[in-house]
Write a protein that binds this ligand. Sequence first.
Ligand code: ZN
Length: 382
Amino acid sequence: MNSRDLLAALVGFDTTSRESNLHLIEFVRDYLAGFDVPCELMFNASRSKANLFATLGPADLPGIVLSGHTDVVPVDGQPWTVAPFELSEHDGKLFGRGTADMKGYIACVLAAVPGLLAAPLNKPVHIALSYDEEVGCLGVRSLLAELDQRPVKPLLCIIGEPTELKPVLGHKGKLAMRCDVHGAACHSAYAPQGVNAIEYAAELIGELGRIGSTLRAPELHDARFDPPFTTVQTGMISGGKALNIVPADCRFDFEVRALPAHDPLDIAQQLQDYANARVLPRMQAVSADADIRFTELSAYPGLATDAKGQAAQLIAQFCGSDAFTTVAFGTEGGLFDAIGIPTVVCGPGSMDQGHKPDEFVSVAQLEACDAMLQRITRTLQD
Ligand SMILES: [Zn+2]
């Protein structure tokens, strides 16, 4: 099967993150079994989803990981003009959910398997497919926990998120958090007897803004990223029952998008320290059970691979460009990097089409990715 036929098969599985990905995983397992390539599946707790890991070539040497997530974002409410889970072609573009993000890359990797097996390889190629990337890079963590136990670390991981096959060495990390402020209700005519959760939440949000402005200091900038500093923003808020009731509860969600040099947890901790030292005592002076609780919703680390290191040199060779760049979106890359696997992002298609109606990857990009994988095959054969 060529990459286009494989892409048609992959797009045909509705692997929206809320659904099981097992039909797709079983298809890949059976495809690999057809070449006598065994694979390991790492299931989630309810066994409704799985990661897949397979090795071609000598497993005891450092090799290259080709990694992709199998889940896609929902099509609900989007004005698609073609069937999202059925590959269709118009004007040199292949349409369907996940074509760009990122089943196109997975299709090319699978299409490269016969060539990799025929090489033969003097270093291994590992195929790593994950679930639940789109909902916080959740699935890949059990796969990485397994890889972390192994004595030999791969030389390079190529995450095939859509970069138009440009070599991407970095992106910011992200932390999403929820803050629940619990005060005390009373009739608004006696407002000082209550603890106004909305007003205290507003103090915390204001403090978050002040923390954000300190992060914009020029000495903290990293020009590789856009914007070149760590950002903080509050994106959701709810609270209150009626204007004449002092609100007992207010909830807001905020996120930190951190330069790889910054730990977003440190930034969230600054807000928690402020809450505990400066806000909560005043609330509890009125009502002993007043409370401020922080909950992590999701997080993934940033990625900043050394442009002078071996991983960067390898990807430059494979994709034919050393014009290293960064992307605004997050990937599983920082998690691979965190267990000592140097990681780059490079895949077919553009994130301009990702997550949108009528998502597509061009035939030319798919073919260019096939060619990149052939270069990898030749390199590992020398
Ligand atoms: Zn993706």
